[in-house]
Design a protein around this ligand. Structure first.
Ligand code: HEM
Length: 554
């Protein structure tokens, strides 16, 4: 059970992120049917019925995914509660989270049934009622539901926020499919104009409720920059602005289409594809956000913590030379403790005790050497990523031999494998398989695999062996996954300030990885010369990631 508790924290955030994606695509698909597909289909000619069918299909599959995510979430939490506090399954299923989850499942099932209704008006009316019910259920698992103050207002704001997310981000996959189905300028103009209007409404809902919730959940500038919660809202705002920039680009293109139906729509499709990726990353940031206590609860030292002062942040970010000389592994807290206890055991003739076994849910000790070790890791990783960024820029500028830059990722993967968790084999005493019981080690190993896969695939692309094939898209997809993993990555233990410092380093790296992913996707999918600008943005993003890593301090 201890292992389960340890892994629960991480997996419940991932599951919540997946559930938010599925929910927004299911509700977004339903709203796309009601507000765009049904009204426009009769005026689109042959593509009309296909558009209706595709939208219904996406909505149905998203509803199925929502059912699976919610069921897994309920099962995970029920297993935890039954296993730790001796409650019966019946008791647990009566809890708010389970009722809200089952309500969402019911709405998803009703959505599937409503998609079978033939009469367009009746179907639309059913879908609108189901969307409303699902949004109400969704607010019951947010922070708002457990607040004593402003509970009613916060519940409405959470509902409005998730409605905006569904209309806009949840509707984009249907929009991309609609653009693929329609083949003439007039059709593109109609679909583009209607979805632009829906997106503007969605953005309005998100922004108004996002600002209001930030005022109520964060409450001060210090809460914004000085708490993990505030920092994660900052990450969401940055991703939101990225989405707005792409959305504005598409809005302007739709305006041009209004005047001239012959305008090529390739950029409209490609920007929308990138919006889907960034939108999904926002949902994982939102899931990570809701697993942290709101910033307002930090003020006054509640939770035994206080928001970091500007001084702490400024000192932390003050540029300093990177540390490249590593402390010996034996001076780190865990290996030192292990050596001490093993020596005692030899003296007493007893078997050596396990030191903080992985998955036991205990917070491992850390000393100054551990902090220096982690800083050296980030600085060397920064040097490797700097070489990758500069070589990729040189390759973009025409230096042919520099195209082998992805091979440096193999070096990075090896470095992370060796040094990310020094108490684990091969440097440490803990077995490799055993170590995977620790969610933090598990996340580090996942990053190593991701980096290796990226190195292998992108090198083959650069070497011209995978030109034009879907595998060439692996780099942007893996970079996006890396960014999303970093947004949900959690470091066990430590004070809020220690967690904040780590988050303040991870968030810029995550955002830049997501920018690099979007830019590389556009470089591969846009026609020249538009692809060229994108071709410079991702190596620059990597170079900036390197600078953030080189400035890393704990
Ligand atoms: C594309 C843009 C955005 C999307 C898709 C989005 C999505 C979401 C979702 C789905 C939630 C609910 C998570 C949950 O409770 O399970 C959420 C919560 C939240 N969002 Fe956003 N959001 C976006 C932009 C923003 C912006 C720009 C702000 C701030 C100005 C913001 C502030 C918040 C806050 C404060 C919460 C409350 C979390 C809590 O319950 O503690 N969001 N967001």
């Amino acid at each position: 059970m201890a292992l389960f508790i340890d892994l629960f924290g991480y997996w419940s955030v991932i599951l919540h992120g997946l559930s938010l994606v599925a929910q927004s695509m299911a509700l977004g698909g339903a709203l796309f049917l009601v507000l765009l597909a049904h009204p426009l289909a009769p005026r689109l000619g042959d593509p009309g019925p296909l558009l209706l069918r595709d939208t219904a299909r996406i909505t149905a599959w998203s509803a199925v995914a929502l059912i699976l995510c919610e069921a897994a979430g309920i099962a995970l939490q029920t297993a935890l509660l039954v296993g730790t506090i001796d409650l019966t399954v019946g008791n647990v299923l009566g809890a708010d989270f389970a009722i809200a989850g089952m309500a969402k499942i019911t709405c998803a099932v009703l959505l599937l049934l409503a998609l079978g209704v033939r009469h367009a008006r009746v179907q639309s009316a059913c879908l609108l009622v189901i969307v409303l019910a699902a949004l109400i259920a969704a607010t019951l698992t947010t922070h708002a539901a457990s607040r004593l103050e402003n509970r009613g207002v916060l519940l409405i704001l959470e509902g409005l926020h998730q409605l905006g997310a569904a209309i806009w981000i949840g509707g984009i996959p249907c929009f991309v499919l609609a653009l693929a189905r329609v083949h003439d300028g007039g059709g593109w103009r109609r679909v583009g104009a209607r979805f632009s209007a829906m997106s503007i409404a969605g953005v309005g809902c998100i922004l108004a409720s996002g600002i209001a919730m930030s005022l109520l959940y964060i409450g001060s500038w210090q809460g914004f920059y000085g708490t993990p919660y505030g920092a994660m809202v900052g990450a969401k705002i940055a991703l939101f602005l990225l989405l707005l920039a792409l959305g504005a680009g598409n809005f302007l293109l739709v305006e041009r289409l209004r005047r001239d139906p012959a305008v090529p729509v390739i950029r409209l499709k490609r920007f929308a594809e990138v919006e889907i990726g960034i939108g999904f990353a926002v949902f994982f940031a939102a899931a990570s956000l809701t697993s942290a206590p709101p910033a307002v609860d930090f003020v006054g030292g509640e939770h035994g913590q206080a928001p970091a002062s500007w001084n702490v942040i400024a000192t932390h970010y003050a540029p300093r030379w990177p540390i490249l000389a590593s402390p010996p592994v034996g001076t780190l807290a865990l290996p030192a403790l292990h050596r001490e206890l093993a020596a005692e055991a030899v003296e007493e003739g007893t078997p050596a005790p396990e030191v903080f076994p992985p998955g036991a849910g205990q917070l491992p000790p850390r000393n100054r050497a551990d902090i220096a070790w982690s800083e050296v890791n980030h600085h060397w990783a920064g040097i490797i990523v700097l070489a990758i960024g500069l070589l990729a820029l040189a390759n973009q500028a025409g230096l042919r031999w520099a195209r082998h830059w992805p091979l440096l990722f193999v070096g990075l993967a090896g470095f992370l494998f060796l040094r990310a968790d020094p108490e684990i084999w091969p440097l440490g005493y803990e077995g490799l398989l055993d170590s995977l019981r620790d969610s933090e080690v598990f996340q580090h190993r996942l990053v190593v695999l991701l980096v290796l896969l990226l190195a292998w695939l992108e090198w083959r692309v650069r070497a011209g062996r995978l030109q034009g094939r879907p595998a060439a898209l692996a780099f942007p997809v893996l970079s996006l996954l890396g960014g999303m993993l970093l947004l949900t990555h959690n470091h066990a233990g430590g004070s809020a300030q220690e967690q904040l410092v780590i988050e303040l380093a991870h968030i810029p790296v995550a955002l830049l990885a997501i920018v690099a992913a979007g830019a590389r996707w556009l470089e591969l999918r846009l026609a020249p010369p538009a692809d060229r600008v994108a071709g410079w943005i991702w190596p620059l993003s990597f170079t900036l990631i390197a600078l953030v890593l080189l400035m890393y301090r704990e």
